[in-house]
Design a protein around this ligand. Structure first.
Ligand code: FES
Ligand code: FES
Length: 155
């Protein structure tokens, strides 16, 4: 049954209408709000490419029904920085050349952001643990960890 929701994304409210309340938040972000930072990887909650922040926690937007996201505070990659004023993590990922194809990077940055928000100076082990559920098929993990370390040192 069609339903209307208000989503609070990147500091703005958006009225959305969906055919099914179980529609994944990821679909609404990408297709209705034109936010393409979050990626569709597996669609099963297993890869992390679709990660966004919801009420301060990293969540997999492919596995969150839009009905559950309504009224919560949602932050996507687009909301944390701009090309002119990048987030320290975005800058560090560029400086460390941590990206190959880039498909996983939205998830890596959003997951890392929630880590740095609660632990400003994580050890390498803590970074690895926090990102253990985020997959990178290009195998650029070493540079990703280095970029997160660099961002934590810049903070
Ligand atoms: S697309 Fe959501 S976890 Fe893979
Ligand atoms: S950079 Fe290609 S999947 Fe991670």
């Amino acid at each position: 049954m069609a339903a209307n929701y208000t989503l609070r994304v990147n500091g703005r409210s958006h009225a959305v209408r969906v055919d099914d309340p179980r529609t994944p938040l990821l679909y609404v972000l990408r297709n209705d709000l034109d936010l393409h930072g979050p990626r569709f990887g597996c669609g099963l909650g297993q890869c992390g490419a679709c990660t966004v922040e919801m009420n301060g926690r990293a969540v997999r937007s492919c596995s969150i029904p839009v009905s559950e996201a309504a009224g919560k505070t949602i932050l996507t990659l687009e909301g944390i920085g701009t090309p002119q004023k990048p987030h320290p993590l975005q800058r560090a990922f560029v400086e460390e050349q941590a990206v190959q194809c880039g498909y996983c990077i939205n998830g890596m940055i959003m997951q890392a952001k929630t880590l740095l928000d609660r632990n400003r100076k994580p050890t390498e082990d803590e970074i690895r643990q926090a990102l253990a559920g985020n997959l990178c098929r290009c195998g650029t993990h070493v540079r990703i960890v280095r970029a997160i370390k660099r961002a934590s040192e810049a903070a």
